[in-house]
Design a protein around this ligand. Sequence first.
Ligand code: KIV
Ligand code: ZN
Length: 501
Amino acid sequence: MSDRLYIFDTTLRDGEQVPGCQLNTVEKIEVAKALQELGVDVIEAGFPISSPGDFESVVEISKAVTWPTICALTRAVQKDIDVAAESLKYAKKGRIHTGIGTSYYHIHHKLNSNQDEIIERAIAAVKYAKKYVEDVEFYAEDAGRTENEYLARVVEAVIKAGATVVNIPDTTGYCLPTEFGEKIKFLVDNVKGIEKATISTHCHNDLGMATANTIAGVMNGARQAEVTLNGIGERAGNTSLEEVVMTLKSRYKMLGVDTNINTKKIYGTSRLVSTLMNMPVQPNKAIVGRNAFAHSSGIHQDGVLKNRENCEIMDPTDVGINESSILLTARSGRAALNHRLELLGFKLDKEKLDKVYDEFVKLADKKKDIRDDDIALLVGDATRQERRIKLSYLQVVTGKSMMPMATVRLDIAGEKFDATSSGNGPVDAAIKAVKQIIHREVIIEEFLVQAITRGSDDVGKVHMQVEYDDTIFHGFGANTDIITAAVEAFLDAINKLPVAQ
Ligand code: KIV
Ligand code: ZN
């Protein structure tokens, strides 16, 4: 069996399904190009039948990317497959990923069908997809909860129909590592023709076992792993690319399986995805979290200083975390900023670099310790599309034993509007003033404030979820002034509302 694991990245499909993480086509192309540089083998670019935006993204990513395979998701439905094939017409290497639920729950309570009929539908979908492309991947949705004997029948049938890859998703994140590993082994041992296809894992993290299950799958014969950067994905997310890749690299002697990933690009790509998707990486996240290599206890610091290997199983530079010797301050020039941006995985044209540089200088005047996360935020701001409603002025008067008051001025499509309001706190006052201007019945459902690093001069980040007309909209804002960040987050969400007639 080959000792190479193919990395199938689904950040742009399963990862992008997270509410509030949606990217536009330009941003998706940027991520796809970064994934190509990272060295992933397959990019799942979208679910083309689901929306015109997804269709367009698959088309544009197919044009923009040169060597990885571009994959489009479908249900086991002819119309889905027709649309997916159309979206892949510019792909140098295209793959259709079709499939159907195989667990008792899916067959009886979702598809209202029976086991034999599901096998017929699976075979028909694979044969239909084969008319368009040679490379067809089949997924047995909820394979994690499908009994192994039936799963083996399904897998054997789709390989016979021409599937080149068979995907075994633990859709609900239910399996234990030993159980998942045994499932893959059962297929290896019992499916006639299994050597003609690659077995793929696709594990969700509902019980925190996605990476363990994926590695168990690899140890038992899977040679493709479906993953996302930073482990993003619906609910508790998908298996994280960086964890699987670095487990294989760090434990190569034990596992004997390798990938094509340029691990030095992991950190930069992780930051790019986090920034564009407005999805913070938890500080203790393995490999890419802010604290992943930060030793704080005295015993550990002593150990690391004597010899790094005393306490570290990986070298941070292997994943692209470089302590830059160039400190960025208000006096740093464009070249120094650009150098740091490149280390972080951002390649900006002159116009964007100028924009980021202007904001960088303003921030560096307010905050002396400019960190990588701050820079990533500035890039996010500069590349975000021009908003219709902008905050042009905000003044807040607040303090102990007084009624907070806020005055805001909004620029709406070039016209200026002012309002003043009181509130039970400065954020409440400012949001009420904004609401006086926009006249929309918007309810704030979630309001999350975070500081990025340390220190009272830090940049505050605000994520907001608002409800309007039974629909949820997400907004994000960042500023050293957290009231401004909150208003910016609110306006970011408001800008996504349908324009009033
Ligand atoms: O989790 C899952 O089962 C999926 C399939 C559509 C591959 O994402
Ligand atoms: Zn999934």
